[in-house]
Design a protein around this ligand. Structure first.
Ligand code: PLP
Length: 763
């Protein structure tokens, strides 16, 4: 094992937050060490602090053209937003006429801090106003007609100057005309967080009442922000206390924060002595990044127009790649970007792009790349080089095709690959020698990825088969078969008519060859009448000991059995299908189901029987057919249809609970380095793994083997006899490694551990 070497990160997530500029950090440090006085103290130390504070305020006022308006410091924009909303709504409450309906308007693409605060204060103040989202068009522009119609009844209207996900800016002048033409008195707040340093603002020349800002989006530390309040706008203190900030916002002031902001304001005001780039330069950077991204990912789609967005934000999607995959890829290249909005990172799609009416896939797979005005040419050049490298890693691992380099240096595919679309699985088995490939339960959304893989690896399908007629999704089988198996005659599930007939244990079965392996078809009616199981075996005379994988569709799922309440279902038949499966395959044969709701990858009859009383009862004779049928009907009646069309583990009283896994963290690394016996498995995808190596980044587990999640089932099969070694799993952040460790432990790997926090916390 060797320790990680440091390859500088390229930080392209400025809309989430920025690093503190060294000059600003230095000023903050000085404020902590020397200028630390309390601005309320009347001695010299206090007076000096106060002087710096007022200088900062004055610079902000000049920069933003606040005129007679107030500018008070806050802890950040979220506090500013509360201050603006509270002030506006308390005043509006005074003029509410009983019996009249009122609304509060906000832009549909607003940062969640705004609608959530509106809900909060509307409820606390008992206003009972209807909170309405102002729609946007496909370019992200607010619907002015909607505003014209709705604003006469609005107590307040909240819009944003620049969107944090797309960089789209609003035409504030036209917006103001529309608002004021229809309601001269309503209170108007404009969230200016993402506009600071990127858009010109002359606030006193507008009728904006409140404009909150945040320091950490422009190179100041977290915990400092400020809000502009129009001189005629009402004001209610959000924080009362010792009367600081002229009584408007109490609490001893954040001097280090002011000192840092002071430097930032100075740079924004004095272009000559600033490390901030001009608008033209930032536009050049955007063009360079766009060209580089387009060259790297030719199918890239940008999710906004460049005409009405700031140069520092790019939001895009690449067909065929989820945002998680692209995030992992960029992270492996040491480029930090974000998916959707970093402020709500658990959400899998972007409400901003949804509001713009973009197709679902663009919203689900959006990546945001954002930088600040301190970006340098060197950083842009380096980012472009790494984007190119990242794309090459994708072509290298056959996830993207590159006509210019159909290269021979790719690792040829050998064995089983598990691909996913949501909770459904497609299985692909490639025979290294013959270059033949078998595709089972292909999902339509994976068609492109499968075609790319086949072309890149120069594989020829010998069969494309569904394990049953899927009720919950359309199969991708027909489209793939039309492309690759035009001449083949097959049944409605894709099983080739030319297959051979064999007899095993008195059972007549069909069989096709795949290199030296055989694929045996076994009828498994139950979930549907046409359900089949496909046994991939190295010796048809010894199915029990030599079946590597059983593709069993929805007959046995991880934690459950397929539902049997369709018209063509039969739980009686399922009872017999399960018994026959047990007769043919081994207790540890890996079952490859067509769904994986809990990230468990694969299972075996033994592992399932241990936690599934119904299966166990059927297999060991504890349950009669009639009892099985009764219990199964009971479970089917309790199906949770919202999570899929199969019985979920929730239907069982016993567990699908995740087991505890032995964890190591960065503090154990030295001790682990000395171990002779530990075997490291890096479970990142091959392109992430390759990228780190091509960038010369050595990780602590550089002597690891790479077993990506798509190849895990193959790995488990190959290591059935090595379940007691200490395998330590590692990935980028520790979440994939935990999931894989749980799956392996459940299947009998008795000495599994993972690295908590992954490479992210260990390098
Ligand atoms: N408004 C916008 C547009 C933002 O981007 C953010 C931060 O992501 C906020 C408000 C909240 O800012 P703060 O983190 O300073 O509370």
């Amino acid at each position: 094992m060797s320790q990680a070497i440091h390859l500088s990160q390229i930080y392209l997530d400025a809309n989430a937050t920025t690093p503190v500029l060294p000059q600003a950090a230095q000023a903050a440090l000085t404020a902590m060490e020397d200028l630390f006085g309390n601005p309320s103290s009347s001695h010299i130390t206090g007076l000096k602090a106060k002087n710096m504070m007022e200088q900062t305020r004055q610079r902000a006022k000049t920069l933003l053209g606040t005129g007679k308006g107030k500018l008070i410091f806050t802890s950040g924009a979220t506090e500013g937003i509360q201050t603006g909303i509270l002030s506006g709504l308390i005043k509006a409450r005074e003029n509410i006429e009983p019996g009249k309906n009122y609304s509060i308007l906000y832009g549909a693409t607003e940062h969640k801090a705004v609608p959530n605060s509106l809900e909060h204060w509307n409820s606390i103040l008992g206003l009972n106003a209807e909170i309405k989202a102002i729609p946007v068009d496909s370019l992200g522009n607010l619907d002015l007609e909607f505003i014209a119609r709705e604003v006469p009844n609005a107590l307040m209207i909240c819009t944003m100057a620049v969107n944090n996900e797309t960089g789209v800016y609003q035409d504030l002048q036209r917006l103001e005309q529309t608002i004021r033409e229809h309601n001269a008195d309503t209170f108007w707040m404009v969230d200016c967080v993402q506009a600071l340093g990127k858009r010109p603002l002359k606030l006193s020349e507008t009728s904006i009442d409140y404009a909150p800002f945040s320091g950490h989006k422009l190179y100041a530390p977290k915990g400092i922000g400020f809000i502009y309040i129009r001189d005629s706008a009402p004001f209610t203190s959000f924080i009362a206390g010792g009367g600081q900030e002229g009584g408007l916002r109490s609490g001893t002031e954040n001097l280090p924060g002011f000192a840092a902001l002071n430097v930032i304001f100075e740079m924004l005001l004095d272009h000559e002595n600033s490390c901030f780039s001009t608008a033209e330069k930032l536009e050049q950077y955007r063009q360079q990044l766009v060209s580089s991204l387009t060259a790297a990912f030719p199918e890239i789609v940008f999710n906004h127009s460049f005409e009405n967005s700031v140069a520092t934000t790019l939001n895009f999607a690449v067909p065929g790649f989820s945002s998680k995959e692209l995030m992992d890829l960029f992270d492996a290249a040491n480029i930090r970007v974000s998916s959707g909005s970093a402020c709500s990172s658990k959400v899998t799609r972007s409400f901003v792009l949804d509001a713009m009416g973009l197709p679902a896939w663009q919203s689900e797979s959006a990546i945001r790349l954002s930088f600040g005005p301190a970006m340098t040419q060197t950083e842009v050049d380096e980012a472009c080089d790494r984007i190119q490298l990242a794309a090459s890693a994708l072509t290298h691992s056959c996830l993207m095709l590159d006509d210019t380099q159909l290269s021979d240096d790719r690792t040829p595919l050998d064995g089983l690959v598990q691909l996913r679309g949501g909770a459904s699985c497609t299985w692909i088995y490639a025979d290294l020698k013959t270059k033949q490939v078998l595709i089972i339960d292909p999902l339509p959304e994976l068609e492109k990825r499968i075609n790319t893989l086949l072309e890149c690896q120069q594989l020829a399908p010998i069969a494309i088969i569904d394990t049953h007629g899927h009720a919950d999704h359309i199969s991708g089988r027909v489209a793939l078969a039309q492309k690759h198996l035009k001449q083949q005659k097959c049944d409605h599930l894709g099983w080739p008519e030319s297959s051979a007939k064999i007899q095993i244990d008195g059972i007549a079965l069909d069989m096709i060859k795949l290199g030296e392996l055989s694929l045996v078809k076994v009828a498994s009616p139950g979930h549907t009448d046409d359900s089949i199981s496909l046994l991939l075996t190295s010796d048809i005379t010894k199915l029990k000991s030599s079946t590597h994988f059983a593709f069993c569709g929805d007959t046995v799922l991880m934690g459950s059995l397929g539902r049997t309440n369709f018209e063509s279902s039969s739980s009686n038949k399922m009872f017999h299908s399960l018994k026959q499966l047990e007769q043919l395959i081994g207790p540890n044969t890996l079952l490859c189901a067509s769904h994986d709701y809990n990230n468990e990858f694969t299972t075996s009859l033994m592992a399932e029987a241990a936690r599934n009383p119904l299966l166990e009862g059927a297999l060991n004779g504890k349950l009669s057919e009639a009892e099985f049928v009764t219990e199964k009907a009971h479970l089917d009646a309790n199906l949770n249809d919202e999570v899929g069309t199969e019985i979920m583990c929730g239907a069982y009283t016993t567990d699908c609970q995740k087991m505890a896994i032995k964890e190591y963290d960065a503090s154990n690394l030295q001790q682990l380095a000395q171990s002779e016996t530990i075997k490291w498995i890096d479970i990142r995808e091959p392109h992430e793994y390759a990228l780190q190596h091509s960038l010369g980044i050595k990780t602590m587990a550089s002597d690891s083997i790479n077993v990506p999640m798509t190849r895990l089932v193959q790995f488990i099969q190959q290591h059935q006899d090595d379940k007691s070694s200490e395998w330590v799993l590692v990935c980028r952040s520790g979440s994939r490694s935990l999931v894989v460790a749980q799956a392996m432990q459940r299947l009998g790997f008795s000495n599994i551990a993972h690295l908590k926090g992954g490479y992210a916390l260990s390098s």
